[in-house]
Design a protein around this ligand. Structure first.
Ligand SMILES: [Zn+2]
Ligand SMILES: [Zn+2]
Length: 271
């Protein structure tokens, strides 16, 4: 559902990556690895293919919900775009928070956190199985509320597009913008694997829902961030990176002794 609009921005995104690589040369820390960036590109291409092949799943679900809408939001009213924006943000926050807490969703989202480098090229390291995890379930209430699925799709695309530029170590804290917006500093914290920071800052464009619901953490100058997964994958194979959590879920379902353990293998916290 999310990608139609982003096509137009790909050339700009590639230029931004080239600029980041250029400036990262002056950094004391290694910010790029060609190998990791190529893996991200490969993962992104398959993600893109999966989006096209399985587009019918999320769009079908949105159109299904829209049939039973309680109201019809026409986009001509002055409040409709701000209302759609804040509603998508709210749903995105809960989707993203759940994606970190429930294994069935983490199986898709883990891919985004798999790089040990935090740079623009890793921003599009996106999962292949969002349609299977049911990510769109979190956005169905918007269609049921009366937003047309096309507008929800556009809103999600823009939300994802915004998040591109926050995947960098080169941009420092941004003053008062840090209060309201999700910034590179906030998103660095989100990608941290250290226990001081883990599972924080789930917002998309805004950081206000993290502040409101108690998941906000600030980047500390004396607490360096370690990027990646708490259990690193040690593989350069995009298929293993993208699918290994599913494999582990299946293994845990088949080796489980009780139904409770099977249930936990699917909907419990990531292990
Ligand atoms: Zn995440
Ligand atoms: Zn990210």
């Amino acid at each position: 559902m999310q990608h139609g609009l982003t096509y137009f921005f790909y050339p700009m995104l590639s230029i931004a990556i080239a600029i980041e690589i250029y400036f990262s040369k002056g950094s004391r820390k290694q910010l790029y690895s060609w190998q990791e960036s190529l893996i991200s590109l490969g993962i992104f291409l398959v993600h893109h293919l999966a989006q096209i092949l399985f587009m019918f799943v999320p769009s079908g679900m949105l159109f299904f919900a829209w049939q039973y809408r309680s109201y019809t939001v026409t986009m001509d009213d002055w409040w409709s775009i701000p209302f759609l924006f804040i509603s998508i943000e709210f749903c995105y926050y809960w989707y993203h928070r759940t994606a970190h807490k429930v294994r069935w969703l983490w199986a898709t989202h883990t891919v985004h956190h798999s790089s040990i480098y935090f740079n623009l090229s890793a921003a599009y390291r996106l999962g292949w199985t969002g349609w299977l995890s049911g990510n769109i379930l979190f956005f169905m209430p918007l269609a049921w509320l009366g937003f047309h699925p096309i507008f929800i799709g556009i809103g999600l695309s823009l939300n994802l597009l915004y998040q591109f530029w926050i995947h960098t170590e080169l941009i420092p804290k941004l003053g008062i913008l840090e209060w309201v917006f999700n910034t590179p500093s906030h998103h660095r914290v989100h990608h941290a694997a250290n226990h001081e920071y883990i599972d924080r800052n789930f917002g998309g464009v805004l950081i206000i829902f993290d502040r409101l619901f108690g998941t906000f953490a600030i980047e500390q100058p004396n607490q360096p961030i370690v990027y990646g997964l708490t259990h690193p994958l040690c593989s350069h194979n995009p298929f293993i990176i993208a699918l290994s959590e599913w494999q582990r879920i299946l293994r845990d379902i088949f080796t489980a002794k009780t139904w409770q353990d099977r249930f936990r293998a699917i909907l419990g916290a990531p292990v």
